[in-house]
Design a protein around this ligand. Sequence first.
Ligand SMILES: Nc1ncnc2c1ncn2[C@@H]1O[C@H](COP(=O)(O)OP(=O)(O)OP(=O)(O)O)[C@@H](O)[C@H]1O
Length: 729
Amino acid sequence: MDRPTRTAPAFGASWSSLNPPLSSWIMDVINKNGFTKMTPVQSGTIPRAIKNQDCVVEAVTGSGKTLSFVIPVLERITKRDRKYKKGELAAVVIAPTRELASQIHDVFHQFLSSLIPPEDPNENQASSSSSPPPSSSNKKAPYPLPILVTSGTSNPYETFQSLGSNILIGTPGRLASFLLSPRGLSIVRVSELDVLVLDEADRLLSSPDHRRDIERIMKHLPKQRRTHLFSATMTDAVEEIIGLGLRNPVRIVVNLKEKKKGEDAKERRTPTALQNTYMICRHAEKTLQLVRILQAEVQKAEAAKFVVFFSTCAAVDYFYRILSRIPDLSKYHFTSLHGDLPPRIRETALANFINHPSSHLSPAILLCTDVAARGVDFPDIDVVIQYDPPTDPKSFSHRAGRTARAGRRGKAVVLLGKGREEDYIDFLNIRKIPLTKQAYLDSSLNDSEEPTSVDPEALKLLRQIRKSVLTDRELADKGAKAFVSSLRAYTKHEASFIFRLQDIDFHALAISYGLLRLPAMPEIKDWKKKREAYLKRMREKKDEGGQEEDAETQVEKEMNEKEWLDWQDEEIDWDKFSYASKSREQSRILNLNKKKEQFLIKSNEELIEIQAKKKLKLQMRESWSEQKERKLKKEERHDKIDKRKQAQWELAQNNGENLGPIASLRAIKKQKLNLKNDDGDEKDDKDEDEDEGNDQIEWKSLKKEIKSEKVEKRNLKKIDKGGMFDDLD
Ligand SMILES: Nc1ncnc2c1ncn2[C@@H]1O[C@H](COP(=O)(O)OP(=O)(O)OP(=O)(O)O)[C@@H](O)[C@H]1O
């Protein structure tokens, strides 16, 4: 692969073909960026969104969707007859992550700041904010800059007031609190709002928390507005769109067709400039292959920038520390990005990675979770590697789409475990995401056949990683946490018939993680027992004699297929294995001594009792599968109760009776609705239809509302436990 260049992107019409033409100050910024033509999604969306049409837009990653809504928003609000006053909201843009929101904010900022005249101490800027936006020939009056509201935004109300912003960009939770808190309600005027944009709409709507926040925001905003939804994977969310307050939306789908010699043209959901590949290897060889891909791409294709996706924050954190210590990767510059990092650090990490002057002599690698999967416009990414396939298959094309943007070429590789995981290739193909094979890389970084038994270099790498881990006990803790969290994520795969925990060889995976010992998990214990039983059966079969040789080969074959490797815990004295951090080590020693003292002063009977209690506790620990079964049964029970309650409620409705909190909540809602209508809130035919539909689904939404409040309360309690999974907001 050559270094990506801007090759033959599928560009649409020229900007000057737009009728009415864009404002000259907007064209100035477009020209400054060197965007000579519109992309197809831009030529399809901009003219419609500027007029009075709601748009639902689906186009592949990196096709220029951001400008497809930024330009219409700016055109509409700056060309309006009555100019927006300071602090009067004109447009709200919602995005699922703070990284994406911040990027959209930067684009708006770039346009609007182009209007700010150079510093002139004699000018009175305060009086100019409500003046009409200037043309490029008269850049005297700046139009208020947009404001970003996400986690980590400090003093948003003060910034909002001082800037006098008309455009608000943020993540759903923060925007909802910003707009709906008593202070927000008194400061931010929304009655004149013109446009609402949901970027990565399918992601926003598939998360119950985000959806709830968005619905709250939508209810607060005036109905007479334009609403636009954007995503690269919109089809999956079509049903979600219904009832969201869009008015006769126009659906804009930018299709890509790929035609191979002798075949009919096929539709695909990923950019044509993307070389989308998979690599099959054993779980024990995953890290080895990751290291080799990083080396091979630099060596063969002079690749300089990589993004590597893992399924959990803990895995990113661990591999960030481990990979940077592997001698073969000493010239690589690593950055980590995940939702457990504080907002400021996330911001700096992203900026550092983007601005890193990478070359094939000093390549830059971003290790991240799905926090960077959607929308983030990394410039010049050569290769995307998915160490773990995403738990949500919709994320796959978004992750791969961090490369091959705006017509540049790029490559993506997903690592798939030998065996059942290979079914993922067909699974994606059906979803119009075709993958081609990337061969296994041998020790000389050449393409080769997959080895018939585990690559011996995997064990060499295990020893190398262990050597690093032995320098600091904290690395061993992080490794165990990463391993456990990744296994838990594995059980959360939506394609659960492909990604099954029972197919994983824990020893093999532990080799890839460079663990010193296997963590104490009920799942691993069960697995070990089953493994022992299986081995025993195989040995017995072998001992039954007759065709001893055949039986032996059979055992070996099966062992090989199952990747059952000899695993040995690292032989170390765990009491003496220390933390590099002095304070941590001190407290560990303190705790250790305390435990030893307690142990010494206890009588024999007491010790026996303690051990018995411990044993009982261990026996009571459930595996995830048992927990899952219990949860399913509970859900079934709740469903039954719900159905009964719904039937009672419907009966009471018919009889005009009152029925507890749900019925009262419904009455309050109805009352609010009537009050609004009495205020002269005009409703068109479509709204009437929606109300009728809403009546039917009201039972469900009331129930959901009550449930989500309960869940929220429960989550608040859980928050301080520090989740291993990503907090995307
Ligand atoms: N008309 C254009 N000509 C050339 N480059 C463009 C044009 N419009 C946008 N770009 C560039 O293309 C890149 C991708 O744009 P953008 O981030 O809007 O893609 P997207 O479709 O939103 O992708 P994703 O689905 O991943 O969010 C950006 O770097 C942007 O500056």
